[in-house]
Design a protein around this ligand. Structure first.
Ligand code: TNX
Length: 517
């Protein structure tokens, strides 16, 4: 009997003696919406097995693999029930999301070469008899990827989504705009990508070593995603059970947009798309025309991304330009506000109203709390947990993304010299695993506001997909378990053992993960 290593660890798992064998004539039985899960299963096992399993609507007598949407199975959201017995594999869930997670579990029950990209001969495609009941602890299980500081080709986005789904993560936060580039095609404002998607060159080495005489390479860098490509990404993600949350930064991290449309800025200074790192001083002005511009952008963004949540950034907004600008000061008075923090809140509130009117929900980094939180806003808490706690206590939803536990751009080992260049700090695997997303100081009645947890990959020092994989894995495996598995079921020692076996799957997929210590 093979060792069982379902990842993240399921709620309950009972193994029985015996195995179920998949052959070329094993039918997959699914009807209605459940067919989507059946097709996903067939598609995912086809490359390694070389099998094209027949898909049927109705059950037949022979051994078969059945996917069933069953509203009477009582399970929390995204839960599934899986039984493998001599005659039948049965997957049941009240929701399609649960059936999709079960597909990933089934794949993990097969021999590890199921993850190969080409047919492997001489393997018996068997799964042990099991009884599994499984559901996630949190509804937001996310990963953020910054494709601005370094552009990532769309093919890699598909691969990244595959890897998220494998870990039962369900939210892909796509950081699409920043000082160093604008990566979303917006039909109404073509200069955002004609100008804003490109920078002349890029800083070489660490920002700390570049403060006096910055060094740059001589390579133009950039790229963007067309609306068609982004729609393909959304479709691909949906099929895997992943929601794509786009992020359009405002009112800071705006230099690429201001370089494209200078009227969005606060001065006549000619600025370029940034080539360096750190917090930038150029922010949007708060003219009505700029608010309209951002809402036009959001309108196109909403037409591409069906996600309820739309991320508007809101982090790291230096207030100096607003302090220095007579126009911004006049706006503060006109709007009856008392300071620049409130001006930022005003900006975000206008977006909150706009998104709410369109049936969407605004989410932003915890700085959106500073001048007063917009009424319907959800907070992503990155500067530790304080912002998340304050927001939850005030009755707002929260996604926990504290840098101290979830920033995968930090070093993985205290011995930096043996590691590729990173932004700094230290975040070892064990620290990620130890994270408890529900802080002690939240009242019982507000705990439900903690939607979940998310890992972040900022890409200042991450120029290639291979390095993304190095920084993300295996830390994302730990985060997946933080997000899925009940706190009482977690144990780092046994996790590490299971992880070693799980990494064999990533080997088959040629994931460039960091080796375990
Ligand atoms: C802070 S986290 C930022 C990013 C940087 C990151 C580097 C956040 C909301 N803003 O702009 O890339 O630190 O770790």
């Amino acid at each position: 009997m093979q060792t069982l290593n379902i990842f993240p660890k399921p709620v309950s798992l009972v193994v029985k003696p015996g195995t179920f064998r998949i052959t070329k004539s094993t039918p997959v039985v699914a009807s209605g919406e459940a067919q989507q899960a059946g097709i996903l299963f067939c598609d995912l096992i086809a490359p390694a097995t070389g099998l094209k399993l027949p898909i049927q609507r109705n059950s037949s007598a022979q051994p078969s693999i059945v996917f069933k949407l069953n509203p009477s199975v009582k399970l929390p959201p995204e839960g599934y029930h899986l039984t493998i017995s001599p005659k039948q594999v049965t997957v049941q869930s009240p929701h399609l999301a649960g059936l999709r997670h079960a597909v990933q579990t089934l794949r993990q029950l097969l021999p590890v070469s199921i993850y190969a990209s080409h047919p492997i001969s001489g393997v018996d495609w068997t799964m042990p008899y099991v009884e599994i009941e499984d559901y996630p602890r949190f509804s937001w299980r996310g990963a953020m990827l910054d494709v601005v500081r370094h552009f990532m080709p769309v093919e890699f986005i598909f691969r990244f989504l595959d890897l998220l789904a494998l870990h039962k993560l369900n939210s892909f936060h796509w950081h699409l705009t920043d000082d160093q580039g604008w990566r979303v095609e917006i039909k109404k404002y073509p200069r955002l990508t004609e100008v804003g998607a490109w920078r002349r060159h890029t800083m070489v080495g660490h920002w700390n070593e570049n403060k006096t005489t910055p060094q740059y390479d001589d390579i133009r860098h950039g790229g963007y995603y067309t609306q068609d490509e982004m729609r393909q990404v959304v479709a691909y993600a949906t099929r895997l059970g992943i929601n794509v949350v786009p992020e359009i930064e405002m009112p800071g991290h705006a230099q690429a947009a201001i370089a494209s449309y200078p009227e969005l800025g606060n001065s006549d200074e000619k600025i370029e798309v940034s080539s360096g790192w750190g917090i930038h001083t150029h922010v949007y002005n708060v003219e009505e025309s700029t608010i309209k511009f951002m809402q036009d952008v959001l309108e196109e963004v909403m037409s591409i991304f069906p996600s309820t949540f739309i991320h508007v950034g809101g982090d790291e907004v230096p207030k100096q330009e607003w302090k220095d600008s007579p126009r911004a000061q006049q706006r503060i008075r006109e709007l009856g506000l008392s300071n620049e923090d409130e001006l930022q809140s005003y900006f975000i509130s206008r977006m909150d109203n706009f998104l709410t009117q369109h049936g969407r929900r605004l989410i932003g980094w915890d700085e959106i709390l500073e001048g007063g939180l917009a009424p319907n806003a959800t907070v992503m808490s990155w500067r530790g947990e304080a912002g998340g706690i304050a927001a939850a206590q005030a009755g707002h939803d929260v996604v926990m993304a504290p840098n101290t536990y979830t920033y995968f751009d930090y070093y993985q080992s205290p011995d930096n010299t043996a590691e590729p260049l990173a932004i700094g700090a230290l975040l070892p695997l064990e620290t990620v695993y130890s994270y408890e997303p529900i802080p002690q100081d939240i009242d019982e009645s507000n705990i439900h506001h903690i939607l979940g947890v998310q890992g972040q990959l900022w890409s200042e020092y991450i120029p290639t997909p291979a390095k993304v994989e190095y920084m993300v894995f295996p830390r994302l495996c730990a985060l997946a378990e933080v997000a899925w598995t009940a706190a009482g079921q977690k144990d780092f020692i046994t996790f590490k053992g299971r992880l070693a076996a799980h990494l064999l799957r990533l080997d088959q997929l040629n994931v460039n993960y960091r080796q375990l210590d």
